[in-house]
Design a protein around this ligand. Structure first.
Ligand SMILES: C[S@@+](CC[C@H](N)C(=O)[O-])C[C@H]1O[C@@H](n2cnc3c(N)ncnc32)[C@H](O)[C@@H]1O
Length: 407
């Protein structure tokens, strides 16, 4: 069924929101606020519907022609039709609305979005390399809801260095993995992580890479805020090096303010979900004792090195919830948490609110779990002191957030 609808606003996920004649909400991918569109209903549920944009009858002045040939195919950059300046407004308004809806609270008046370059920013990616029937090696992104691959020659959000690297090396990496795995060079698909350190080196990793190659091919050093951080392409690292210093400075400020106010102290920094010890390494000199906790064993060696050079430092390889269950935090330590999309495991959150921690610096990549966790912190007496947004993934609806909570 087709309908003509006026799009009221953009919502979480970047879809346009309209009301059907019967009052139900209808979400339309690719439509912009204010536009009048012909929409084909693709999912018709009791309380809401989804629609496909068929024709724009009245066009928004904020609309742009998508830059990428794979727009609407790869599922990665679904906001390309919105101008970069308006993306900043989108991030702000959707964050405010989400938080009101999910946490029944307002983000602070001064909540702002940090924006970096709109294109060519992404320094880290997972691509799939395969050999087609014609014998040619191709690479692309795996589609989100299927196993299919969307090939690309140049992805406009990847850094130029990653694009150049793939052009020059995809075939070589494929052959190398065939030889290493001693498997016939048939049509298998090789998942490869690629990582640009922002300073001329692109490293890579695939499962089955010989241990002897790892140091040379996968390991890399990144310089952020004057600090050299060692990592490798097999583990988590932040994906937007241009904007990362702004997040680092915001975290540094939050730490300094906490210590100055007495809500936290310089006696102990606890960096949970620490990856390679990224935040702790940058903040190291401010603290008498440091603990980093990370579940991925691959990070441990790097964390040790990134925090080497003396001091009272322990790098723990364990789930954060397990570490919290076994260790008593009985002083107002400075706590940074940077969990994955799923947010804080419930037992970790419980342990934090029962501890002597009075200030939490929460870095989040998912506004929904952040709002959920915030409500639990609020029940335990915490309030939201500060909130900032970081547009780490322009052209997509994803936003990184920093919350400072205190009680
Ligand atoms: C968003 S990343 C943050 C990493 C680090 N703070 C950084 O900026 O590089 C989340 C990290 O949490 C780790 N992780 C996921 N679940 C965990 C858990 N239950 N306990 C500890 N670490 C976990 C992941 O391996 C990943 O390195």
């Amino acid at each position: 069924m087709q309908l003509e609808l006026r799009i009221e606003k953009l919502v979480q996920g970047g879809e346009g929101f309209a009301r059907l004649p019967d009052g139900r909400a209808c979400f339309v991918q690719g439509a912009l606020a204010g536009e009048f569109c012909r929409v084909e209903l693709t999912r018709d549920k009791k309380d809401f519907a989804h629609g496909k944009l068929v024709k724009i009858l009245e066009r928004s002045p904020d609309r742009e022609t998508p830059r990428c040939a794979n727009y609407n195919k790869c599922g990665g950059c679904s906001l390309q039709h919105l101008s970069a300046e308006k993306q900043a407004l989108y991030y702000e308004s959707v964050s405010r609305e989400n938080f009101r809806r999910l946490a029944h609270a307002d983000l602070p008046e001064n909540f702002k979005i940090h924006m970096g370059p709109a294109w060519g920013y992404r320094n880290r990616a997972r691509v799939v390399i395969s050999r087609a029937k014609d014998g040619k090696v191709r690479y692309g992104f795996r589609m989100q809801k299927s196993n299919g691959i969307i090939p690309f020659a140049n992805c406009p959000v990847l850094t130029p260095a990653v694009n150049e690297f793939l052009k020059a090396n995809a075939s070589k990496i494929y052959e190398e993995s065939v030889q290493n795995a001693k498997r016939p060079p048939r049509n298998f698909e090789l998942d490869v992580n690629v990582f640009d350190n922002g300073n001329g080196k692109v490293s890579y990793y695939y499962k089955g890479m010989p241990a002897a190659d790892f140091e040379k091919k996968a390991v890399s050093v990144v310089e952020i805020a004057g600090k050299k951080i060692r990592s490798d392409a097999s583990v988590f690292f932040q994906s937007n090096l241009s904007l990362l210093p702004e997040l680092v400075y915001a975290v540094q400020n939050a730490v300094d303010e906490g210590i100055a106010s007495g809500e936290a102290s310089d006696a102990w920094l606890i960096d949970l979900f620490s990856g390679v010890g990224f935040f702790a390494a940058i903040l190291k000199d401010k603290f008498k004792k440091i603990t980093t906790v990370e579940r991925d064993d691959g990070c441990l060696k790097h964390a040790k090195e990134n925090l080497s050079g003396g001091g009272n430092v322990e790098n723990v390889s364990a789930p954060a919830e397990d570490w919290l269950a076994k260790n008593v935090v009985d002083c107002p330590a400075t706590l940074i948490v940077d969990p994955p999309r799923t947010g804080l495991p419930p037992s970790a959150l419980d342990a934090i609110v029962k501890s002597s921690v009075n200030r939490v610096i929460y870095v989040s990549c998912d506004p929904v779990t952040l709002a959920r966790d915030f409500t639990k912190f609020r029940e335990a007496g915490f309030c939201l002191k500060k909130a900032e947004g970081f547009a780490f993934y322009p052209q997509t609806p994803h936003l990184e957030m920093l919350f400072v909570l205190s009680r």
